[in-house]
Design a protein around this ligand. Structure first.
Ligand code: ADP
Ligand code: ASP
Ligand code: MG
Length: 441
């Protein structure tokens, strides 16, 4: 049986870190690793920024030089052939040049631009493994079964891709080093699975190959009781349940892409989060049940840049079908909603800021009055133990009240393992700190 080992951008950010990652892979080669990699840390952002600059007619010379230099420096420090990725680097220049000539960058071309990050890193990492004497091969996911829907920026594998992934990867001699995050649709256009999507790629190959474990190697010791950037002494959990991990990922814990858990759940494959900077730490294992622990609350997460859409209609009073209509508008516009709270005459929903709401609002305004408030954050308290604990909501609300934080929307998931609150974005960190202090100190 194989294992999946996925390495994130921060773990492959420099030559030294790539060397470290390759030594971790080598040390586990008896377990038949199938490796999935992210772009070199920061490169996806740089690619996006460069394409945006080109679209706006700006001077991209230094941005392109920067992308080239970062990869050239890594090759030279690793003593690999300096021309190893020249073909890809030239292609980037052509694509960006094309955007600059046409002054357009639609979602399709943005996916092409972003695809280069992982294509470059997989070649470099595979070459470094080979240099160490490990048989390895760089694999661009679309040549190894990752055929997706044409939903640029948010693609999904089509059902027949799983059998293909298995067939193609099993035929690779040595360790496959697969590009995370990217695929192609059935017509051959490049797609991406959404930001942070390499975790999802890892889980998809894990499911296709029915591996014994999907390992997500990152820059922290595992799933912690809060983001360590906010709570430096956050506590590591040795196990969490699939449900807890999904809620946390969905509500802002960047450590896992929200879709990662789904393919694992279907086949009951454990997902383990591990630290490339501390490989001897056993990390956090995510399994169906998790483990019974004394912790009522497992973690506090926070998702920023959220907007509240309030839909108000006096006609809603006793009117059946109103909510259905509201949801239909969101569904038809392919807009996902995180939190919903309803009263007799109004509905509040949260959506990610930055996404265009114009079409949705135009449709909603035909049936109700709408208001959008930006600059909000969702703070989410998660734990299986919450199901059986009385008075918890009161404790959460009074903690925030004592900290002087106003709660604007409240929602408790049907599974009863999470309570989410919308607060002003400026209060988000204060809220996480107050709640962490209440449940973990
Ligand atoms: P990678 O580059 O490996 O994909 P990410 O930056 O996407 O890594 O995710 C790891 C980061 O997630 C950590 O550095 C940490 O700041 C953040 N994070 C947020 N919430 C949590 C949490 N509850 N537990 C662990 N890490 C968290
Ligand atoms: N490189 C992509 C990103 O930065 C995917 C990933 O790292 O998971 O979003
Ligand atoms: Mg990530």
């Amino acid at each position: 049986m194989a294992i999946i080992m996925k390495f994130g951008g921060s773990s492959v950010k420099t030559a030294e870190r790539i060397r470290n990652v390759c030594s971790i892979i080598e040390s586990r080669k008896e377990q038949n690793p199938v490796v999935v990699v992210s772009a070199v840390g920061g490169i996806t952002d740089l690619l996006i920024d460069t394409a945006t600059l080109a679209k706006d007619g700006g001077d991209v010379t230094s941005a392109i030089a920067d992308i080239k230099q970062r990869h050239k420096d890594i090759l030279s420090e690793l003593r690999l052939d300096g021309k190893l990725v020249d073909g890809l680097l030239t292609e980037i220049e052509q694509v960006i040049g094309d955007i600059k000539a046409r002054l357009v960058a639609d979602t399709a071309v943005m996916d092409v631009v972003q695809s280069f990050g992982e294509r470059l890193s997989s070649v470099i990492i595979a070459a470094n493994l080979v240099q160490r004497g490990v048989v390895a091969k760089a694999c661009v996911a679309w040549d190894y079964g990752m055929i997706t829907t044409p939903a640029y920026g948010n693609a999904e594998p089509i059902p027949s891709s799983f059998a293909l992934m298995k067939e193609k990867i099993e035929a690779v001699e040595g360790i496959p080093v697969i590009t995370g995050f990217i695929g192609k649709d059935e017509k051959g256009a490049i797609t991406t699975l959404g930001r942070g999507g390499s975790d999802y790629t890892a889980a998809l190959y894990g499911a296709a190959l029915d591996v014994s474990e999907i390992q997500i190697w990152t820059d922290v010791d595992g799933i912690l009781s809060a983001d360590p950037r906010v709570i430096p002494n956050a506590k590591r959990h040795t196990t969490v349940s699939f449900d807890e991990a999904s809620e946390l990922a969905f509500f802002g814990a960047k450590v896992l892409h929200p879709k990662t858990i789904l393919p694992a759940v279907k086949q009951c494959i454990p997902v383990r989060v591990l630290n490339t900077f501390n490989p001897s730490c056993e990390g956090t294992v995510i399994t169906r049940e998790g483990a019974r622990t004394l912790d009522i609350v497992k973690a506090i997460s926070c998702k920023k840049d959220v907007s509240i859409v309030t839909i108000h209609s006096t006609r809603m009073l006793n009117a059946h079908g109103f909510l259905a209509k509201v949801f239909e508008v969101f569904a038809c516009n392919k807009k996902s909603v995180d939190i919903v709270a309803t009263s007799e005459v109004s509905v509040s929903m949260t959506v990610d800021s930055g996404e265009s709401l114009a079409d949705i609002l135009a449709e909603l305004n035909e049936i109700a009055e709408t208001k959008v408030t930006n600059g909000k954050a969702i703070v989410c308290v998660v734990g299986e133990g919450m199901k059986h604990t009385k008075g918890l909501a009161g404790r959460i609300f009074s903690t925030l009240g004592k900290a002087g934080i106003n709660i604007e929307v409240i929602s408790q998931g049907g599974s009863e393992i999470n309570i989410s609150m919308v607060v002003d974005g400026r209060d988000a960190e204060k809220a996480v700190k107050a709640l962490h202090g209440e449940f973990f100190n």
